[in-house]
Design a protein around this ligand. Sequence first.
Ligand code: ARG
Ligand code: ZN
Length: 476
Amino acid sequence: MRKRVIASTSLALGLCLAVPATTASATVAGTHAGPGAPGIGDPYYPTYGNGGYDVSHYHLGLDYQPSTDRLSGTAVITARATQGLTRFDLDFALDVSSVRVNGRPARFATSGEQELVITPARTLHRGQRMTVAVTYSGVPSTVEKYGFTSWQRTPDGGVAANEPESAWWWFPSNDHPLDKATYDVTVRVPKGEQAISNGLLLSSRSHGGTTSYHWRQDRPQATYLATLAIGHFDITHSRTRTGVPIINAYSTALDPKIKANAEASVERTGEIIDFLSGYFGPYPFDAAGGYVPNVKSGFALESQTRVFYSPKFFDDAPDTSVVAHELAHQWWGDDVSLKRWSDIWLNEGFAGYAEYLWAEHVGKSTPQESARKVYDSHPADDPFWTVKPGDPGPSKQFDDAVYDRGAVAIQALRDTIGDHAFLRLLKAWPAQHRYGNGTITEFRHLAERISHRNLDDFFQTWLYTPSKPASFPSGH
Ligand code: ARG
Ligand code: ZN
């Protein structure tokens, strides 16, 4: 569900240039039709996402076999053509056996690392509704693209969670946060296993030796925020203060000490959502929670309404700062998503700053103290300062500097515009872009409107200059 057309000229240009000049085009009912672009125009990842259509819903009907890690099923994608289309791409890495477009068999081929190129039997006209059914199977843990895999196999199942890409390993999509959509995910697993995904669990039904879980995400969701986990889990149910249902899941195979630390942290989800709502406004979704599978990786991901946590966070002690970080992303990244990956500061800077706010709430240190500590601990010649949080480059998208310098920049912004404007800004951004997308430039404009200041120099210094800002503004 793309809320608005791409506003930035660089993105628009990327889209045009991505259409090969030599491809044949056709005229349908007087409108020009051609192939959809193989990328949505992201400056960091030119082949990610696609052009020519806008997805509104993914309906995934899947089967998973933990003993072999085989995933199979059919994805039914509801979309609308945004141009006349002789063919179009989806992003996907598993093996496809058939494709139908609006009920008719369609030709398909693979190209590049993750492109599934589909040629419908009939050219689609601009504005036409399209239903694309893709039938597929594969062993996702064996699939490597661009040298990485985003599917982690566990002793009793598997997990899809990563950023910026994880959908390729489990469903075909227009894989870019610009094209958000709603989801129905039905997964059939052997009886005794569970399948966890985003949103609300509508049903779980056993039949013979299998159980089928039906999850629904009924708010727009970026593709990388869709998650799937299969395994044996202990499930807990609770609610936020405003009544939002919380479902958390903990792998039963975790070391008991780690599991206890994980529960002591993730069970505070409701309390932390209540706290963050005070800063960011109403929690945007109708479900919440997280899961801790039995994986070896060491990261967390803000998968929408159902955060993925590596057990590594809970090895030694409970850790609520990672919970505050991932829950802050529900506003900063999930509710309001990026238009392009170069604006990653809007996600990680604010999730990092939420850790400062939470630390203050639990009586550790003030945000000003947390930020000052980071600023002082990196001398001017530290390579830390060479990363521009506002445009770190694809290889540094998740560099510490994006998180830490990014969060310090937010404290500097607070000190520059004052608490009153800053606190208004934190609520105004999600309110203005609810379920949509935004850019750093749009954020700056909002900050300028609310604070009645020109912040051009401030943003240049803190987000776009590869050196240490000369001074750290002192508090008000
Ligand atoms: N957005 C995630 C976070 O909250 C970062 C995920 C980075 N991906 C990875 N494979 N390490 O920090
Ligand atoms: Zn983060």
